[in-house]
Structures are given as structure tokens and as C-alpha cells.
Design a protein around this ligand. Structure first.
Ligand code: API
Length: 288
């Protein structure tokens, strides 16, 4: 009997498993089987709750394609709701170990014990030069746009636990996300791949964002991507102030900037359903 909970944060959906006291199947295989939209439950990734020596809990995240990633912002909000509501912790403010370090989460809990909102301390984003295969003598990375899908793109690369490539556009376009997104994700400049965020500036403290995720394709929102976009926009003088609202395709999220250079992600998380996996699911041939 393998129980699961399906959750979503801003439309970024996950299958969550409690791995505190039980051994689960290999996570990559599990992710591919349950995330398949037609042959599985359907999700962008899986989250597994584990015990931790360094924090109150540990979160393991795998993308829909079975690859592992160090951090997931929307996933962390869902994880926090799952952990608090299922008694994995009794605290409203607690710490979660990830491969990107220990994150502090704050949950807003209603009188009925329902978590309505979660804030995650995401740490300090790091600006990265993208790794061009060949740079001519004296040439700076900023001099050369990234060439992908027949386009010359100005990009800002930011790591928020996971790599993000931010592209500012005059207006978001679904077609652009689906053509430029995969070409940038697998561009030779990014040997380990990258998430790709298309960002439109809609106000002095407001951005609109669409994301193509490494290992999951087009998703309705990406929490680490919102942090990357907000930091890139603020550093480039495109937004001002201490917080930015991001309108993702799955709803609004908020990113706050702290004096030490770290960022905070706030938003909702919802439970869709709980259930039990069919025992045969993991034995079937993996399908899309
Ligand atoms: N959706 C996630 C990010 C997953 C990152 C993953 N796609 C990768 O880096 O491989 C978020 O809300 O931050």
C-alpha cells in the first residue's frame, strides 16, 4: 500500500510521499511512473518527506522525467503544508533540509489546522556567467548573446538552488516558451541543463512570468524561477522596492528581498486528493 497526496502550488503540481518511516521504490522510477499525465496520476514532480539529522525534516524532489533537482520553491510550500497537516511536525515555523541547504519555512495555520499560506526563506541567489564553449581572447560573456532556436537572446543566469536562465520579453508568448524554452534548456552553454524563465515587466513592483522547466517542460509556475526573475529584474533596475508580485500562469506569488541579499517566497498551496498507488504501476514500462 503506497499512499500518495497530490498537491499544487500556483498550478505547479506534485505527488507527495511520506518516506519518514518506510522504504519507497527508487525515486526516479517512481517519479516517471506517477507523473505521467495519461499513464500515471500526472504531475510536474514528486516530493518525498524524509527524516533529517540537521533540520526538522528533509525534502527530496524529483522532476517528472525522473531527474533529481536540489530545490523546488513551489514544492517546498506544498511540502510544508503536507508536513504540518499530517503531523510530521507540530511547529508552524520549521526547517527543511534540501541538497541546497537547510530552508526555514513559516506556515500560516487556520483555527482548523489548515495551512493557508507558506513563506520560504530561499537563500541568496547567485548570478552565473553562462558557460560558453569558446570565448575569444578579450571577449566578455555579456558581449555575446546566447544563440538558440534561431534567435540571439540576451539572458541573465541566476542560480536559486537550481539553475535559471531569465529572458526579458516585451510580451509573453506561449509559442516562444515552447520553442525557445527547450532549445535553451539543452543549449551546450548549460552542460547540466537550465530552467528557462520568460519575464514581462508589468509595473514597478510587478512581473508576469512563464517558465519552461528542466526535466518537466512547460509548467504553470516555478517558485525558484520567480525568485530568479525578481532578482534579475531588481538588479537590472526594472523593478524597485522590497517585494515583487509575480503573476504566474497558475496564480500570483510574492518574492521579498532581505537586506542580506537573500529572498523569501510566499504563496499558497493546496491539496487536490489522496490515494493509494496501484501495485502494478511501477512494473509497467515507463511511458510519457
Ligand atoms: N518547479 C520548481 C523548480 C524545479 C526545478 C527543476 N525543474 C530543475 O531545476 O531541474 C520550483 O517551483 O522552484
Amino acid at each position: 500500500m503506497l499512499e500518495f497526496t497530490k498537491m499544487q502550488g500556483a498550478g505547479n503540481d506534485f505527488i507527495v510521499f511520506d518516506g519518514m518511516a518506510r522504504t519507497l521504490p527508487e525515486y526516479g522510477l517512481l517519479a516517471r511512473a506517477v507523473c505521467s499525465r495519461r499513464f500515471g496520476i500526472g504531475a510536474d514532480g514528486i516530493l518525498v518527506a524524509r527524516a533529517s539529522d540537521d533540520a526538522d525534516l528533509a525534502m527530496v524532489y524529483y522532476n517528472a522525467d525522473g531527474s533529481r533537482a536540489a530545490m523546488c520553491g513551489n514544492g517546498m510550500r506544498c511540502f510544508a503544508k503536507f508536513a504540518r497537516e499530517n503531523g510530521l511536525t507540530a511547529k508552524n515555523v520549521f526547517t527543511v533540509e534540501t541538497p541546497d541547504g537547510v530552508k526555514k519555512v513559516r506556515t500560516a495555520v487556520s483555527g482548523e489546522g489548515v495551512v493557508t499560506r507558506v513563506t520560504v526563506d530561499m537563500g541568496r541567489p547567485v548570478f552565473l556567467p553562462y558557460e560558453l564553449p569558446v570565448l575569444l581572447p578579450g571577449e566578455r560573456i555579456a558581449d555575446r548573446p546566447l544563440e538558440a532556436a534561431g534567435r540571439r537572446l540576451r539572458v541573465t543566469c541566476v542560480r536559486v538552488g537550481v539553475p535559471h536562465t531569465v529572458i526579458f520579453v516585451p510580451a509573453l508568448s506561449r509559442a516562444e516558451v515552447e520553442t525557445v524554452g527547450p532549445a535553451v534548456e539543452r543549449h551546450p552553454a548549460f552542460p547540466s541543463g537550465t530552467n528557462v524563465d520568460f519575464v514581462e515587466v508589468t509595473g514597478r513592483d510587478r512581473l508576469k512570468i512563464a517558465t519552461w522547466e528542466r526535466g518537466a517542460g512547460h509548467t504553470l509556475a516555478c517558485g525558484t524561477g520567480c525568485c530568479a526573475a525578481a532578482v534579475a529584474a531588481r538588479t537590472g533596475g526594472r523593478v524597485i522596492g522590497d517585494r515583487v508580485r509575480l503573476d504566474t500562469e497558475g496564480g500570483p506569488l510574492q518574492v521579498g528581498f532581505l537586506p542580506d541579499g537573500s529572498v523569501r517566497l510566499t504563496g499558497g498551496a493546496e491539496t487536490i486528493c489522496t490515494g493509494v498507488l496501484s501495485p502494478g504501476l511501477l512494473c509497467r514500462r515507463p511511458r510519457p
